[in-house]
Design a protein around this ligand. Sequence first.
Ligand code: ME8
Length: 506
Amino acid sequence: MSKFYITTPIYYVNAAPHIGHAYTSVIADCIGRYHRLKGEEVFYLTGTDEHGEKIKKAAAAKGMEPQPFVDMVSENFRNLWKALDVEYDYFVRTTDKDHTAAVQEVIRILNEKGDIYKAVYKAFYCVPCETFWTDTQVKEAGGSCPMCKRGVEEVEEENYFFRLSRYEDWLKKYIADNPGFIRPKIRRNEVTGFLENNKLADLCISRPKARVSWGIDFPLNGDYVVYVWFDALLNYISAPGFLSDKEKFKRLWPADVHLMAKDIIRHHAIFWPVMLYALGLELPGTIMAHGWWKMGEEKMSKSLGNIVNPLEVIKSVGVDGLRYFLLREISLGGDGNYCAQALINRVNSDLANDIGNLLHRTLNMAEKYFDGAVEAAGALPEMFRESFGRLSDYAPAMDNLELSAALEPVLAFIGAMNKSIEEVKPWALAKAAKTSELKEFIYSLLEGLRVVFICLYPFIPSSAVRAYGQLGLEAKFDLKDVSWGAVKRYNITKGEPLFPRIDVNR
Ligand code: ME8
């Protein structure tokens, strides 16, 4: 059985999750479910990033100690994934014992290889981004953090460094030789441009406890903790068992897809590959950076306070309404503007009018004309030959992480089926007692729906399960069943419409 290993970033627990976090996790869930449809062993890793100054400050602001605070916020993330049907396989927390031990072991290994040294460090630090910047970088950004534009602190202290610079030439060559490693192309160009214009500086991987106390003990010196990003990136190997389960690790590593938003591409496309290479480990298949959900011109972010709570959205459009909107509205890589009206329009048009209505009408007719029992009749009708054929574009698009594009042939087939009802006029066939023609037609709609919900399952899993219940089918989805004529007899159980129209004036 082949495996598929996908990750989301591990999210900071300084505040509750919002639509941006939901976006990444739902994309990863959709891709993971698709690979399960293909019969692969999927390992979907997510989790929370729980160390660093910013977390400690957030805990203090609530009058709490860091550990109970991170326990509480990490739980919020798990609750949201449950509400969003995000089916992960492992939830890593950077305060986990296994993770901590793996981080410390990695530092020992790299130290033995001569990749770690101690030196005085002078730089500017941005607490919200937990990132150091050089004098030039801060000057170029007009005296503030180049990433978030907020104020930075000047820091001068002794620290431990990882010899990133030693691997600069290797990294440049690796990126040049592997065009699919960083995606989309715009991010690949950004990273390549950065490497061409900047000498790769060694990475400061420790923080003195006198300044940052909430972190993993630095194994080479008890007066220090590990830099939060160095700690966090290692979750991708600690969770599949780098130290704790060698067999599992061998089976799962390397990750196939690391998914994240574009703002943390450099950490993943520069620090991370070098860390892995220095450790003698294989590199992940693809580092895929998606765009941002924005509110007007601004990125939706907890620090800007312009966030939308996914749990509130689920209350109005349902879990699959939100999932569908996030996955359909923007193609992976681009930015999107979050707008409640666009969300409602999308749910009403695609889900209620097109998909839900087709299912409901078909089930009504199956019940009315055949008491809900419809036997296999006829081959793939000529009128569906082209649109059904186009479904062969679905899997290549999904394999290539083009989720919104993968939906297009599915929606086109649904459109063709809706149109065929108007053209064939089954009510006229019934009136003329053309029973076999009528049965052939209703069977073809049921078969079409069966196939459509296999393709939609990764996007709207709970609705696909409900639809299968109404079609009288066991909800076992398999990509191999996207073929015509697999079900010999339908015994349908009509239920409530899958997607009631959302009334805007409610
Ligand atoms: O960066 N639009 O954690 P974080 C789209 N702990 N995606 C968004 C978004 C938005 N407006 N806002 C957040 C960290 N995201 C580190 C990661 S990984 C080893 C360490 C999503 O809590 C997106 O996936 O700031 C982004 O990369 C991530 O949340 C940042 O989460």
